[in-house]
Design a protein around this ligand. Structure first.
Ligand SMILES: O=C(O)c1cc(=O)[nH]c(=O)n1[C@@H]1O[C@H](COP(=O)(O)O)[C@@H](O)[C@H]1O
Length: 229
């Protein structure tokens, strides 16, 4: 049995590279994220192959944002694929429409709160309203849950207060922005270690570069898993 608390982001350019990487990782990992970087590189075909041929769980990360009718139609189409998780922006109208589109399927909708690569200065650049970023993440999580989200995406730095929300009971907290001690942060700003994220209430951690860029991705994944509480 793999420990599906670890989701590895397959942020490589195409399905061929993704399949090769998943092959090198082998049994160490049972849950993969396929995202926008592979949209034109056969991402959905790879999702299908990893699920059907290799028994992996699949998180399709599309971070959808649009008017309700468009979101509902897009999610209805994606829900025909055998996927486990799908991201949309955590705005209530988007989450509600996505849940409509996924109705009757097992697809879980995760609402993105505020990207883990952003800090208050980035929100100012984007003309987002003033206020404490952490409080905004917690409030967006609560609103996404109220709108019916099966889970939220937040940084590990907000996992504990989100877990404490009454609205979070029975819902998922998924945290990217996770870095083993000493790993390069890259563009991530709100980070914590895998062990801290899980101890603070994350159900799943998403890790990309520290695993797929490692000389031995399977060993890097195992090291993360060995470190989890
Ligand atoms: O939705 C996501 O998965 C996501 C949300 C977020 O706030 N931050 C974030 O980094 N991600 C994704 O998580 C992965 C993190 O990759 P690394 O920074 O390489 O570990 C990338 O595929 C991002 O697209």
């Amino acid at each position: 049995m793999t420990d599906d608390r670890l989701i590895v982001a397959l942020d490589v350019p195409n399905a061929h590279a993704g399949l090769e990487l998943a092959g090198r990782i082998g049994d160490a990992v049972g849950f993969y994220k396929i995202g926008l970087g592979m949209l034109t590189g056969g991402g959905l075909a790879l999702a299908n192959e990893l699920k059907q041929e290799h028994g992996k769980r699949i998180f399709l990360d599309m971070k959808l944002f649009d008017i309700s009718a468009t979101i509902e139609a897009a999610v209805r189409g994606l829900a025909q694929f055998d996927l486990d998780f799908l991201t949309v922006h955590g705005d209530p109208h988007v989450v509600r429409a996505a849940k409509q589109g996924a109705a009757g399927t097992g697809l879980k909708i995760l609402g993105v709160t505020i990207l883990t690569s952003l800090d208050r200065g980035d929100l100012d650049d984007g003309m987002m309203r003033p206020g404490d970023l952490r409080e905004m993440v917690i409030e967006r999580a609560a609103r996404a849950f109220e709108a019916g989200a099966d889970g939220v995406i937040a940084s590990p730095q907000e996992a504990a207060p989100i877990r404490a929300l009454p609205e979070a009971a029975g819902r998922l907290i998924v945290t990217p922005g996770v870095r083993p001690a000493g790993a390069a942060l890259g563009d991530q700003k709100r980070v914590a270690t895998p062990a801290r994220a899980i101890a603070d209430g994350a159900d799943h951690i998403v890790i990309g570069r520290p695993i797929w860029q490692a000389d031995d991705p399977a060993a890097a994944a195992r090291a993360v898993l060995n470190d989890l509480p």
